[in-house]
Write a protein that binds this ligand. Structure first.
Ligand code: APR
Length: 261
């Protein structure tokens, strides 16, 4: 593993345009269960389609609102883990790092990452069924209705996260594919690679000839196209990669030709 970590750090050390693509696994060590794991206790009886779809919301707005209140209550308690912090630390050594995440927990920004593309939304924001967006809890703190209503038009409010069957935010997914097609390396952390269209991003990087490095305790659908597979938890593996990166300058360790003196 040490040798693989050194090779991965060598690839990152040469990157001028790095993309880091993350899924629920990067937040696991912060104590955030994946969507499916969160369906425990009284929530276990429901099909995800009843809790995270527009149809489910229309059928039972209160149940869906309470499901997200439960999940967001757990997210609010957690902090970034060493994996998030290592990803943020990459910006200290590399000229350009773009994080593309499927997570709604905002932990990459909390850890210090400065350029984050959120494909599935963000738990802090709400929108209404009338099309108004950009609300936070402060905008409906005075309301007792469950779900609360839009301060502007009175339509029901809902979390501004992507539900099953919904389109991803156009600007986010367009930029994600553009960045993945033009990066010179991609670091994939904690995703099963099962949910499209996000799961295609590593394929775009691979097709563009960029090396793909994967960090995951288990093989995933991405592993077959990864140039380097670092098998282990992000919170343990990524700090080692960044520590190694910090010691590398081009020409050492990685076998790259030393800069002409
Ligand atoms: N470090 C890194 N990866 C981990 C860790 C860890 N400590 N623990 C688990 N993993 C890996 C698992 O092996 C798995 O491959 O994280 C991945 C989580 O996969 P999913 O639960 O399918 O999450 P994700 O790939 O993000 O799913 C995409 O599906 O559930 C919906 O909208 C939700 O954004 C989510 C989307």
């Amino acid at each position: 593993m040490e040798q693989l970590i050194r090779r991965a750090a060598g690839i990152l050390a040469r990157s001028q345009r790095l993309v880091v693509f993350t899924g629920a696994g990067v937040s696991k060590e912060s104590g955030i269960p994946t969507f499916r794991e969160a369906q425990e206790g009284l929530w276990a009886r429901y099909d995800p389609g009843e809790l995270a779809t527009m149809e489910g919301f229309r059928r039972n707005p209160r149940r869906v609102w309470e499901w997200y209140a439960y999940r967001f209550g757990r997210i609010e308690q957690v902090t970034p883990n060493p994996g998030h912090r290592a990803i943020a630390a990459l910006e200290r050594y590399l000229p350009r790092v773009v994080v593309i995440t499927q997570n709604i927990d905002d932990l990459h920004r909390a850890a210090g990452s400065s350029d984050v593309i959120e494909l599935h939304g963000n738990w802090r924001y709400y929108k209404c069924l009338g099309g108004h967006t950009g609300f936070t809890r402060a905008d409906f703190a005075d309301q007792t209705d469950v779900p609360p209503r839009c301060p502007r038009c009175g339509a029901l409010l809902r979390p501004d996260v992507v539900w099953f069957g919904e389109m991803l935010p156009a600007e986010a997914i367009e930029r994600a594919f553009a960045e993945s097609s033009t990066c010179d390396a991609m670091l994939v952390v904690g995703t099963s690679g099962l949910v499209q269209p996000a799961a295609s991003l590593p394929l775009y990087a691979h097709r563009a000839g960029s090396p793909v490095i994967e960090v995951n305790p288990n093989p995933s659908d991405i592993t077959p196209l990864a140039d380097i597979f670092l098998q282990g938890p992000a919170g343990q593996v990524l700090p080692k990669v960044v520590d190694t990166l910090a010691t590398i300058t081009p020409g050492q360790e990685t076998g790259f030709p030393a800069a002409c003196g």
